[in-house]
Design a protein. Sequence first.
Length: 155
Amino acid sequence: MQGALIIFRSQCGVRIAVDERLTLEVRNSRSEIAPALEAAEAWLQSYEPSPVALYFVLLAIEELVTNCIKYGYDDCGEHTIVIHLSVADGALTIIVTDDGHRFDPMAAPPPDLSLDIQERAIGGLGIYLLRQLADHIAYERRDETNRLTLTKRLL
């Protein structure tokens, strides 16, 4: 699909633009996550990612969109979470932008993995896994939006 820009809306409403990069516009609804994951996985297959890289992409989308939905907004209004995926020089870049509350995942404390699972506080494990799997993560707050950039080698 490289070289042509294709824009369509999935049955659930995820707006998808495809060319050398993939842009997903995901509404803040849990029903939007599965179509976004399917689109990302289908687009990424042409780059022959390692299983770890594919897992990383799917985890990143699911974890970050879920966190936006659960914690990002005080109102019940519709919000759009924008996810850009691109590949250059053997590395995948994921940029997630949302208009939710300020949240820097790099500042979140890691979970206490020494505790039994029943004793651990709920939350934080997904962000922890992303931090462990990513080659690089950067966060910035710009124009009342959160912008998280993650990179991972494809192979």
